[in-house]
Design a protein around this ligand. Structure first.
Ligand SMILES: [Fe+2]
Length: 265
């Protein structure tokens, strides 16, 4: 299956069985990354940052130097956490691959964020079978340093656990997908990239902003009821009124509100 450079841990619902998120954590063992793999990171970073420039919400760009992500090579999670955790309360944990939805949301609810312990190969920079460390770190981590997004992610995690238990996993996955993975947001009058799936994808970042695709205004109801694609570029991209607005809306959502959203108009 071809997938453009996209990713999230919730794009492959695998199980509703309860599981401890801790069971999915593995040592990063940073030394296992080869020089070639570090060069893949550097190539991706060098390609992505100049394109994103003013096309991405400003907290993302601020987060890169703040967290030391502008240093060469795949980051070592201990060093990254030494900057991120005191700043935000978030801790990155290494995982071997996709984490089931329930465990993923449980992690977020405790301000843990899973990082795939591998990177795509040099000859397929735009091909991803599942989220790798470039997507997970470059796409997500700068935004975790933003207080509004940090609160939003934690709130989505707590609600996600409840939602899956209540049979509302599709609705919470769609809200996650259409905001922090593939959402756009207005900033200073311009439409900018918000989501990590776009931030970490050269091709889809350009597509989302420049192609002739629908960009409807983000509303909780529309996002909760709009399916997403995990095998190709999205057919549409929701635009939030602002980063702060989407964060506040999602942070305020509870399970009864989610059930109402997912029900008939
Ligand atoms: Fe993701």
């Amino acid at each position: 299956m071809f997938q453009p450079d996209f990713a999230t841990a919730v794009d492959h619902p695998t199980s509703c069985q309860p599981s401890r998120w801790q069971d999915y954590v593995v040592p990063q063992d940073w030394g296992h990354f080869t020089p070639d793999e570090h060069r893949v990171w550097d190539r991706l970073f060098a390609r992505q940052v100049p394109y994103l420039g003013a096309r991405i919400v400003s907290p993302f760009l601020a987060g890169i130097p703040l967290l030391g992500l502008d240093s060469p090579g795949i980051p070592e999670l201990g060093a990254l956490n030494a900057r991120l955790t005191p700043l935000s309360g978030w801790e990155l944990v290494s995982v071997a691959g996709i984490v089931p939805d329930a465990a993923f949301f449980a992690m977020l609810g405790e301000r843990k964020f899973p990082i795939g312990n591998f990177i795509r190969s040099a000859d397929s920079l735009d091909y991803l079978e599942e989220p790798d460390c470039f997507h997970d770190i470059f796409g997500h981590v700068p935004m975790l340093g933003c207080p509004a997004i940090g609160r939003l992610m934690e709130a989505l995690g707590r609600l996600g656990v409840e939602a899956i238990a209540a049979g509302q996993g599709d609705a919470i996955a769609r809200l996650y997908w259409h905001s922090v993975e593939f959402g756009l947001a207005r900033e200073g009058g311009d439409v900018k990239i918000l989501g990590a799936g776009l931030a970490s994808s050269f091709g889809e970042a350009m597509h989302a902003l420049e192609a002739d695709v629908p960009r409807p205004r983000f509303t909780l109801r529309d996002a909760a009821n709009t399916p997403y694609r995990n095998d190709r570029f999205q057919p549409l991209y929701f635009v939030a009124d602002s980063l702060e607005a989407v964060a506040a809306e999602l942070e305020a959502l509870d399970l009864s509100g989610l059930k109402q959203l997912a029900g008939p108009d």
